[in-house]
Design a binder for this molecule. Structure first.
Ligand code: PLP
Length: 384
């Protein structure tokens, strides 16, 4: 009964219908959870269901969510992992010792910290560059000929916008592979493979799942036959960084409403960014949807239908004033993470004090609540 939907359908249709998945056993409109770790073989010793042997190599719920994600990304193949960082690690583990990698500076701190440590241990040369400057990025590619380049757009928490096509051209000219962390944008706003990236990475913990109740990661590939993709598949299979069936099922359920949630989060974030831009207690607002943002024009070309849930702003009066405002917020939860239905606020300088984050910077993950209620909450916290 289940059938794959036409790839020409719009993301809202593909997501809401989970790419045509049904419960074949009962006719239910929701696919079941398959907890089995092992699968029987027939008398001829062939697997009774092709591909189902042992769930570390391939598991039904993982495959379901991978199928839907590949459709949304326009990818040939996708793989899910037990966290976003497990997906990051799966990519870097394919590199041989002695390789050179180019990584965008000032991206998600957890990614930077892990990559630095990994590259040191593996004798991999790590070059960090400001990738939102395409000329600087291209010059670094020419000079260092990296095997892999890693970008994140919009970046977390600086909201820098990187020209994916320009980066892809520069890395490909150096015979390297471009991987883009598109966690903030999700495939609803940007399909990075369409702009020339080879692999897209997501912390599926964030917008893809959207309900702050699953830790997961994902990779999607333009070319499933590529050497790197095959190496990642073998590494996941053998080293075992697999997503459990319940988490995969929950992730698929979350993804059914992805386009709707992204639309609402983006329009709320846009409203708040405009409101904060005019607020006397605010020094600066970082949001690519604002015409004053340095990457606005590029974001308009790369992001379709909005600019995402992530927005940072700098409160006048440094850390003291920022933390006082945070303490007064009633609707925004004081918690890390992003892309969930509920709005969150974070004082990043407390988390990463030595990375140049302004002391007054607050990062918002804007949820799907009523935009007016969120604005009122920020207003009372900042002092109208
Ligand atoms: N990439 C980005 C942009 C993130 O924001 C995060 C987490 O905050 C990660 C990767 C890591 O994902 P996870 O926390 O699911 O391991």
């Amino acid at each position: 009964m289940s059938s794959t939907l036409k790839s020409t359908l719009h993301p809202a249709t593909l997501a809401a219908q989970a790419n045509g998945l049904l419960d074949d056993g009962t006719g239910g409109v929701v696919p079941p959870i398959h907890p089995s770790t092992t699968f029987v073989r027939g008398e001829d010793y062939a697997p009774v269901v092709e591909g189902n042997v042992y769930s570390r190599s391939a598991a039904p719920n993982g495959r379901m969510v991978e199928g839907v994600l590949a459709q949304l990304e326009g990818a040939q193949d996708a793989m899910v992992f037990p966290s976003g960082m497990a997906a990051v690690a799966a990519v870097f583990r394919t590199l041989p010792s002695g390789a050179t990698v180019l990584v965008q500076s000032q991206i998600y701190w957890g990614t930077t910290a892990w990559i630095r440590d990994f590259c040191t241990r593996r004798s991999i040369t790590l070059i960090e560059v400001e990738a939102s400057n395409s000329d600087v990025f291209a010059a670094a590619c020419r000079a260092h000929k990296p095997a892999l380049a890693w970008i994140e757009t919009p970046s977390n928490p600086w909201l820098r916008i990187v020209d994916i096509s320009a980066c892809a051209q520069a890395v490909h000219a150096a015979k390297g592979v471009l991987v883009a962390d598109m966690t903030t944008a999700t495939p609803v706003l940007t399909r990075a493979l369409d702009f020339g990236a080879d692999i897209v990475m997501h912390s599926a913990t964030k917008g893809l799942n959207g309900h702050s109740d699953v830790l997961a990661g994902a990779l999607s590939a333009a070319d499933e036959g590529s050497e790197m993709w095959q190496a990642i598949r073998m590494d996941r299979d053998m080293a075992g960084a697999v997503l459990g069936p319940f988490e995969a099922w929950l992730l698929l359920r979350g993804m059914r409403t992805l386009p709707l949630r992204v639309e609402r989060m983006s329009s709320n974030a846009q409203t708040l960014a405009e409101y904060l831009s005019d607020h006397p207690a605010v020094e600066a607002v970082l949001y690519p949807g604002l015409p004053t943002h340095v990457g606005h024009e590029l974001a308009q070309q790369q992001m379709k239908g909005g600019f995402g849930p992530l927005l940072s702003f700098v409160v006048k009066g440094e850390a003291k004033a920022a933390l006082a405002a945070v303490a007064r917020l009633k609707l925004f939860h004081r918690a890390t993470s992003l892309g969930g239905v509920e709005s969150l606020v974070e004082h990043r300088h407390t988390i990463e004090p030595h990375t140049g984050i302004p002391e007054g910077l607050l990062r918002l993950s804007v949820g799907i609540e009523d935009g007016g209620d969120l604005m009122d909450d920020l207003g009372q916290a900042l002092g109208q």
